[in-house]
Design a protein around this ligand. Structure first.
Ligand code: DAH
Length: 340
C-alpha cells in the first residue's frame, strides 16, 4: 500500500469514527489521537522525509488537506457539544419542578390542631361508627322517644333490615361506647362527621363535624369543664380568647350549657359574623346526667363527669376566614389548593 492509499484509509476511518454518536470525553480522545503531538497526523508529517522526492509535493498537499479536514470536523463537533452543554450539565442543587401532589383538607388541618391541643392536656382520641345504632344515638343518651331530634325531618334513618340504624346526628354516642368498655378515669375526645337533614346554605350542611369530649373521674366539677374548654380555645386561637357558658338543655347532661367564644373577628366589640353580640356559639356541654351513668354501669354516687360537643367547621371558618360551610364539602380543587 503506498502512502497516498494509506492517507485515504486514515481519512475514511476518521470519517467513520465521527459519524457515530460520542461523548465529550470520546471526542477529546479523538482529538488527541489525530491532532495530538504524537498523533496520527503528526506522525504522517514526520514520514514526509521517507516519501520519494517526486511524490513529496503531492503527499504534502493531501496530508495538509487531511489535517484541515480533521481539524474542521473535530471543531465542528466540539461546537455542537458546547451548545448542548447546559442540558447535559444539570445543576442538581436547583429546586425541582414538582407537580401538584395533593395536600391536607382544611378540616383535616384543623382536626390535627384540635387533637394536638387535647393530647397536650392528657386526652386520648376515640372514634365510633357514622352508621350508628339508634339506641346509642338517642336511648342510651337519655333522649326521650318524643324528643324532636328523633324526627324524620331532622335525622337520616338507614334502611337496614332491622331498622335500627341512622347516620349519627352527633358524636355523643361515642361517649356511650367508651364508657361501656372502659372504667373511669376516662379522658377522651372523639372527633368525627355527623349528619342532619338540613338544607345546605352558608351556615348549614347536612354533613358536618363535631369534636366530643368526655371526662369522668371522682370529684370532676363544672369548673374543670370551663377550664378545659377555655384552655382548648386559647390553645387554638391565642390567650386573648374568652368563653361564656349559657344555661341550656341537653338530655344527656344536667346541668347543661351552650358554649360561646368571644368573636375573634371584632375581638368582642360586635360585627356581622357575631350578629353584633361579640360572642360566637361554638357547641354544647354539661355534667353527665346520672341516668347516662346508670345505663353504662358507672355509679353516679362515686363518679361525676362532664362532656361537650363542639363544632369543627366553626373553628375552621374562623381560622381560615372562610364564609361558607359548603365549601368544605364541595371538593372544588381551586378552594382546596389554597390550604396545601
Ligand atoms: N350532642 C350535642 C349536639 O350535637 C352537643 C353536646 C351537648 C354534646 C352537650 C355534649 C354535651 O357532649 O354534654 O347538639
Amino acid at each position: 500500500m503506498n502512502i497516498s492509499e494509506e492517507l485515504g484509509k486514515i481519512r475514511r476511518a476518521f470519517e467513520a469514527a465521527t459519524e457515530a454518536d460520542f461523548t465529550a470525553e470520546e471526542l477529546g480522545k479523538l482529538r488527541v489521537a489525530y491532532l495530538g503531538r504524537k498523533g496520527i497526523v503528526a506522525d504522517l508529517f514526520d514520514r514526509i522525509r521517507d516519501v520519494p522526492a517526486d511524490e513529496r509535493k503531492e503527499f504534502g498537499r493531501v496530508l495538509n488537506e487531511l489535517k484541515l479536514f480533521v481539524t474542521a470536523r473535530i471543531e465542528e463537533h466540539e461546537a455542537t457539544m458546547r451548545s448542548k452543554k447546559p442540558k447535559e450539565n444539570v445543576d442538581v442543587t436547583l429546586p425541582g419542578i414538582v407537580g401538584f401532589q395533593g395536600g391536607l383538607h382544611p378540616l383535616t388541618i384543623i382536626l390535627n390542631e384540635i387533637t394536638d391541643v387535647f393530647r397536650g392536656m392528657g386526652f386520648t382520641v376515640e372514634t365510633g361508627p357514622e352508621a350508628e345504632l339508634i339506641s346509642y344515638n338517642f336511648d342510651k343518651l337519655n333522649t326521650p322517644f318524643w324528643h324532636p331530634a328523633r324526627d324524620l325531618t331532622d335525622t337520616f334513618y338507614l334502611d337496614t333490615p332491622a331498622r335500627d340504624k341512622l347516620l349519627r346526628t352527633e358524636t355523643s354516642p361515642v361517649q356511650i361506647r367508651v364508657m361501656e368498655r372502659q372504667k373511669p378515669p376516662i379522658r377522651i375526645i372523639a372527633p368525627g362527621r355527623v349528619y342532619r337533614s338540613d338544607k345546605p346554605d352558608a351556615t348549614h350542611s347536612p354533613i358536618f363535624m363535631q369534636v366530643e369530649g368526655l371526662y369522668v373521674d371522682k370529684g370532676v366539677s363544672f369548673a374543670d369543664l370551663k377550664g378545659t374548654v377555655l384552655a382548648f380555645y386559647r390553645g387554638l386561637f391565642g390567650p386573648h380568647v374568652k368563653t361564656r357558658f349559657r344555661p341550656h338543655f341537653f338530655p344527656f347532661t344536667e346541668p347543661s350549657a351552650e358554649v360561646d367564644m368571644t368573636c375573634i373577628f371584632c375581638k368582642g366589640s360586635g360585627c356581622r359574623l357575631c350578629k353584633q353580640s361579640g360572642w360566637l356559639e361554638m357547641g354544647g356541654s354539661g355534667m353527665v346526667d346520672p341516668n347516662v351513668f346508670l345505663g353504662v354501669g358507672i355509679d353516679p354516687e362515686e363518679y361525676s363527669g362532664w362532656a361537650f360537643g363542639l363544632g369543627i367547621e366553626r373553628i375552621a371558618i374562623l381560622k381560615f376566614g372562610v364564609d361558607d360551610i359548603r365549601l368544605f364539602y364541595e371538593n372544588d380543587i381551586r378552594f382546596l389548593r389554597q390550604f396545601g
